[in-house]
Each structure stands twice: as structure tokens, then as C-alpha cells.
Design a protein around this ligand. Structure first.
Ligand SMILES: *[C@@H]1O[C@H](CO)[C@@H](O)[C@H](O)[C@H]1NC(C)=O
Ligand SMILES: *[C@@H]1O[C@H](CO)[C@@H](O)[C@H](O)[C@H]1NC(C)=O
Ligand SMILES: *[C@@H]1O[C@H](CO)[C@@H](O)[C@H](O)[C@H]1NC(C)=O
Ligand SMILES: *[C@@H]1O[C@H](CO)[C@@H](O)[C@H](O)[C@H]1NC(C)=O
Ligand SMILES: *[C@@H]1O[C@H](CO)[C@@H](O)[C@H](O)[C@H]1NC(C)=O
Length: 559
């Protein structure tokens, strides 16, 4: 017979078990977002860069080798992946509207976690600031407490970069002595410190957390600690392998990278509009600074992951590392995002899920100890598990929600403006494990870029909504990249697919850098097959037509 004491003990044990399963059974999420980072990382086979901390994370993760942003500019891309809707559904192609007002009251990724009992925290640039997130980073909808912004960011574009003669300028190349900066720090150093502080406060909290950390680099200006330049001696730097504007590139596809031209050091080069080019020695220095900025971010990621280990949270925290889009480092004669080229749309996407992408560490076990970027040897880590299937940033929301065990997010109906919670992406969980593969995974990514006209203007990089007259819709498979530039009426968000302004087709096996556009006259006959106008551009039918047309065009060359 059980005594009363025994029964109480039993009940207490059951209570503990329930606590373990339900309270601590939930995974935390650490969501790391870089700004303007293409996959210039060791774990993406870049031979030059030093990114040991991100590489170490990758070694325990699934690494999506072909992940693409939906539009290669910060605001639209962030709103898109944080709501899991494409820009045609968020109706944000510039920085000047808030989706809850202009499109639909969509639930965001952090909001979904918040509504499931998580404490959701934002550090740095997660949502695009300003109108695009109602000047609040979508607080209070998305976040449990007001988002953190590093005070030193207010000096980001000021004259704080020292020239050789000791005078201060607002330069593009801005490697600085941190102790001489206003506030003696830099935004991403403050971000990392705040992330560490928040992790410590969440360690013993009753709720699980969703902590998003948005780094400001390697976005321009390259205001970074000067010591990171030492990692990349200028004599070791090389130019892009395809530094010229491709001959068969339609004008509408080109963008004149105006933002770097506004920096004092670039202005002094007296570059011609719209093509430049930038003198070769300056090109090498831009590339050097970009690489240095990547190593600087890598060190900040390393600090945060180290604390995850120290707090014994690595075994119960999902870590995602990604970027809003890429950046052309001189490829096609461009120095910016703002296009549909792979260099602008392709992003790193690394997902660590304890027990899924690698065995859970034992309590106290170390997985992510900080690696010194300045260490002598270039550290090598296991590759991680590479997924070469094409995926998209809109896939992140349903994937992370599913990994954390939240109720899965349904695919959006068409149209979906009135549906607050749904996804236009796919749940990638079946691609994560090392054993399961799903050969039926949709291997296409869709991106788009707006233009104010067919010729190159000073607002071609980033036209405001009212000036958009052409939209470049792009479909990327593992073997081709096809873009159709079509008429677009921004007053009613109407894309007219029978009004074709230009096209691009790249066969990636022969032309991985996308320099030889083989879309030509012959193609117009095929495009005529596509007499289709649609009210809601990115419907399934547009996607199907783009894929169909891309394949048909590819077939024309018997490729
Ligand atoms: C939008 O959704 C939020 C919750 O997700 C709700 O609090 C708010 O009232 C909604 N706004 C409108 C205009 O429906
Ligand atoms: C945007 O912010 C303003 C001012 O804080 C607020 O009054 C308004 O309700 C917010 N919009 C939405 C959709 O929440
Ligand atoms: C930064 O400046 C301080 C004093 O101005 C100097 O002591 C330090 O060596 C400098 N650091 C670097 C990396 O140049
Ligand atoms: C620069 O290149 C030289 C020659 O290839 C190489 O030995 C050296 O390690 C490189 N330096 C760095 C910092 O990568
Ligand atoms: C650019 O133009 C200015 C004024 O015309 C001139 O003083 C300067 O030397 C030029 N710089 C270069 C790099 O050609």
C-alpha cells in the first residue's frame, strides 16, 4: 500500500515531469540576420573570407546552398520573410508603406511566437526601420518589449572616417579605431553586447524566447574596426571575375549603384553615370573592406554563440543565420543590391536545430566556443549538411515555426490579403535531417525587382512606388535563371505579362556568373504564348507560367 507521503511524492514527480515536458520542452529561437551579406562565407566555399564562427555553426547545421531573397533590397525583403509573403502580397517594393495598413494585417514570424507564449525580443535591424514598420519595428504586435537600437548607430553616416591627412569624412571605406569613435563603440558591438545581456536574463525565465539580432554590416558604409583589414592584405585581393557590364544585358536590368556614389571618397573619383567604372585599385579596396566587414560580423556571431554555450542553452535553442539579400562586389560592373542577379538575391541560410541537424549536446557540453578570427591558421570545420535544392526566404517562417513545434502555418489562399496567418513559402523541415530527403521539393525560387522605366535613371536602384512602371519577375531553378521585365501599373498593382519590355535567360551550367543573356528575338514567339494578365501577380498561375516559359526557352537551345 502507498502511504500518503508516497502519493504526494509521486504526484510531485509527475508534476516535475509535466514541467519538463511542457515548460522546458519548448525550443528557444535565436534568429541572426546580417545586412547585405551574400554567401561570402567559408561554409559556402568562399576561398578568401575568414568566417570561423559562422563556419562552426554551419558544421552543426543544415546549410541551404541555394537560398534566395524575394527582392534584393532591405525593407521589402525583410517585410517579405518576416510575414512569409511575397512583395506582391505585402505591396512593399520601396520603404514607404506599412503592410498592416497598405496590404493586410499579416501575422509576423515573431508575432506568431509571441502569441504562442514566447518572449520575443528584437536587437538592431530586424524589421526595416521607419514607415515600413510604423516607426516601431512593428512593436507591440511582434515584440514583447520595445526593440533595442544601438545608440552609436546615429553616427553611422556622419563624418567619422579619417583620411590619410587626418581629416574626417563620410566615406564608403571607413575602417576606424573604435576607441576614437563617438561613444567609443560601434552598432554591431553594441548589438552583440545587448544580445548577450538578453540571453542571460532569459536563461531562467519561465517562458521560452525568440531573440532576433539584426546586424548592420556588411551594409555600407564599411564603418568597421580597423584591425579586421589586416586579415585581407590588399595585395591578396582580386577583382570580380566578370567586372564588366554584360553586352547583352537589357538596360532595364542594370542599376547604377547610386548609394555608394554619395559617399565622399567615391564622389572624389568623379565616376561617370551610369556605368563608372570604378578604378581597379579602389575596387580592390571595396572588396577588402567588404570581406573585413564579414569577419567583423563573424566575430559578433561567435560572441553570442559562445554565451549560448556558457548558459547551457545550445541544447534547446534553434539558431537561424541568414541575410536580407546579397551585394554585387563588382560583378557585372555593379556595386550594390537592387537587381535580380544571383549576387544580389542569393543569401546564406543556416539552420541549427538541436537533435535534428546534429545530436543535442549534453548538459554543460560545449558546441560553439568562440573562435578567434585573428588566429594563425584558417580553421576548418565539417561542412555541415548541404542542401542544394533551391529554397526561398519566405520558407523561413513556416520552417522555424514547425521546428519549434508550433501549429503549422497553412499555405496562403489566392488572394490572401484578408488571411492574417498563412505562408507563401514551404516548410523545409523535411530537408533538414540527415536521413530524410524529399525529391519532390519545389526547386524554384521567385524574386522580383521594380524599375521606374526602361532606361537607366538615378532612381533605378530604388524607385518609389508611384514611379514604378516595370517589374522584373525572376524564376531561379538549379539550372536556369529566367527574368521577364513586364509593364507594371503601380496605382493598382497590376502586372501585364503580355507587355514584355525585356528578358534575361542564363543557363547556369555554362554561365554560372550570369554574363551571357541568351534571351533573344527568337524568344518573343514563345513569350506570345503567355498572353496572361493577372490581378494578383504572384499567384500560383504566374509561378507556373514562369517555370513553364523558362523551361520552354531553355529547350530552344537544346540545353
Ligand atoms: C491586426 O491584428 C492585431 C493582432 O494580430 C490586432 O490586435 C489588431 O487589432 C488588428 N488590426 C486591424 C486593423 O484589424
Ligand atoms: C502606427 O503607429 C501609430 C502611432 O504610434 C498608431 O497610432 C497606429 O495605430 C499604428 N498603426 C497600426 C496599424 O498599428
Ligand atoms: C586606437 O587609438 C588609441 C589611442 O588613440 C591607440 O592607443 C590604439 O593603439 C589605436 N588602436 C588601433 C587599432 O589603431
Ligand atoms: C596572402 O597571400 C599569400 C600568398 O598567397 C599567402 O601566403 C598569405 O597567407 C595571404 N595572407 C593572408 C592574410 O591571407
Ligand atoms: C575630380 O574632379 C575634381 C574637380 O573637377 C578634380 O579637382 C579632381 O582632381 C578630380 N579627381 C579625379 C580622381 O579625377
Amino acid at each position: 500500500m502507498f502511504s500518503r507521503a508516497h502519493i504526494w511524492l509521486l504526484l510531485f514527480l509527475v508534476y516535475l515531469l509535466v514541467l519538463c515536458v511542457f515548460a522546458k520542452g519548448k525550443f528557444n529561437v535565436l534568429f541572426l540576420i546580417a545586412d547585405d551579406l551574400r554567401p561570402t562565407l567559408g561554409c559556402y566555399s568562399d576561398p578568401v573570407v575568414k568566417s570561423p564562427n559562422i563556419d562552426r555553426l554551419a558544421s552543426k547545421s543544415t546549410v541551404f546552398y541555394n537560398a534566395f531573397a524575394q527582392q534584393a533590397v532591405c525593407g521589402p525583403s525583410r517585410t517579405s520573410f518576416l510575414t512569409s509573403r511575397r512583395p506582391d502580397t505585402t505591396r512593399l517594393y520601396d520603404f514607404n508603406s506599412y503592410w498592416r495598413v497598405s496590404a493586410g494585417n499579416y501575422t509576423t514570424l515573431p508575432q506568431y511566437f509571441k502569441s504562442n507564449g514566447y518572449t520575443t525580443l528584437s536587437v538592431g535591424k530586424v524589421f526595416h526601420p521607419g514607415i515600413a514598420s510604423n516607426h516601431t519595428d512593428d512593436y507591440p504586435y511582434s515584440w514583447s518589449v520595445p526593440p533595442y537600437h544601438p545608440p552609436s548607430f546615429s553616427y553611422e553616416k556622419r563624418k567619422v572616417c579619417k583620411s590619410e591627412d587626418g581629416t574626417l569624412h563620410s566615406n564608403l571605406l571607413c575602417a576606424v579605431n573604435v576607441s576614437e569613435m563617438p561613444l567609443r563603440t560601434l552598432p554591431d558591438l553594441e548589438n552583440a553586447a545587448e544580445a548577450v545581456r538578453l540571453l542571460k536574463t532569459m536563461k531562467d525565465a519561465e517562458t521560452p524566447f525568440f531573440l532576433a539580432v539584426g546586424f548592420y554590416k556588411p551594409h555600407i558604409p564599411f564603418r568597421i574596426p580597423v584591425e579586421y583589414l589586416k586579415l585581407y592584405p590588399i595585395e591578396n585581393m582580386t577583382l570580380a571575375s566578370d567586372p564588366d557590364v554584360p553586352k547583352k544585358l537589357p538596360k532595364v536590368a542594370y542599376n547604377p549603384w547610386m548609394d555608394i556614389r554619395k559617399r565622399e571618397d567615391v564622389k572624389a573619383l568623379n565616376l561617370s553615370f551610369p556605368y563608372g567604372p570604378i578604378p581597379k585599385d579602389f575596387q580592390l579596396r571595396i572588396r577588402q573592406h567588404y570581406y573585413a566587414a564579414v569577419s567583423y560580423i563573424d566575430a559578433q556571431v561567435g560572441k553570442i554563440l559562445q554565451v549560448l554555450d556558457d548558459l547551457d542553452l545550445t541544447k534547446e535553442t534553434i539558431v537561424v543565420f541568414t541575410s536580407d539579400h546579397g551585394w554585387s562586389l563588382g560583378e557585372h560592373g555593379e556595386w550594390a543590391k537592387y537587381s535580380n542577379f544571383d549576387v544580389a538575391t542569393r543569401v546564406p541560410l543556416i539552420v541549427y536545430a538541436p537533435g535534428v541537424t546534429s545530436p543535442r549536446p549534453w548538459p554543460g557540453g560545449k558546441m560553439f566556443s568562440y573562435v578567434n578570427v585573428f588566429g594563425k591558421a584558417r580553421e576548418r570545420f565539417d561542412e555541415g549538411y548541404l542542401v542544394r535544392s533551391v529554397v526561398e526566404l519566405v520558407d523561413v517562417f513556416p520552417t522555424v515555426a514547425s521546428l519549434a513545434g508550433l501549429v503549422s502555418v497553412h499555405h496562403c489562399p489566392v488572394p490572401s490579403f484578408k488571411t492574417v496567418l498563412c505562408t507563401e513559402g514551404s516548410n523545409l523541415v523535411h530537408l533538414l535531417g540527415r536521413h530524410e530527403r524529399n525529391p519532390n521539393h519545389q526547386a524554384y525560387a521567385f524574386s522580383q525587382y521594380p524599375r521606374p522605366g526602361d532606361t537607366i535613371r538615378d532612381d533605378s536602384d530604388l524607385p518609389s512606388l508611384a514611379n514604378i512602371t516595370v517589374m522584373g519577375y525572376s524564376v531561379r531553378s538549379t539550372d536556369f535563371h529566367f527574368t521577364l521585365w513586364v509593364g507594371f501599373d503601380s496605382s493598382c498593382f497590376y502586372a501585364n505579362l503580355s507587355d514584355v519590355h525585356a528578358g534575361e535567360l542564363y543557363i547556369l551550367s555554362e554561365d554560372p556568373n550570369e554574363d551571357n543573356n541568351i534571351y533573344n528575338e527568337q524568344v518573343h514567339a514563345d513569350v506570345a504564348m503567355l498572353k496572361l494578365g493577372t490581378r494578383y501577380p504572384w499567384t500560383e498561375s504566374l509561378k507556373e507560367h514562369m517555370i513553364f516559359l523558362g523551361k520552354a526557352l531553355k529547350g530552344n537551345w537544346n540545353l
